[in-house]
Design a protein. Structure first.
Length: 69
């Protein structure tokens, strides 16, 4: 379960805000622009880790192995 670690301000273009609003109205990723943006960011970060951009995934703690030691 995700916990709220605090706000992060992100500036988006008017087009991105419009798209986030449209997704929020459909409710698939959340019911507000902030919830949708948070859900999409979490999913993208998950993809980054699984694709190995931060190094090979898979330590039991959930951390990734560093690319450079």
């Amino acid at each position: 379960m995700a916990t709220d670690q605090g706000p992060i301000e992100v500036r988006v273009s008017p087009e991105a805000e419009r798209l986030l609003g449209a997704l929020a109205r459909h409710g698939l990723f959340g019911e507000s622009i902030e919830e949708v943006a948070s859900a999409l960011l979490r999913e993208k970060l998950r993809e980054v880790v699984l694709q190995g951009w931060l190094g090979p995934p898979g330590w039991p703690s959930g951390d990734t192995q560093p690319l450079v030691k």
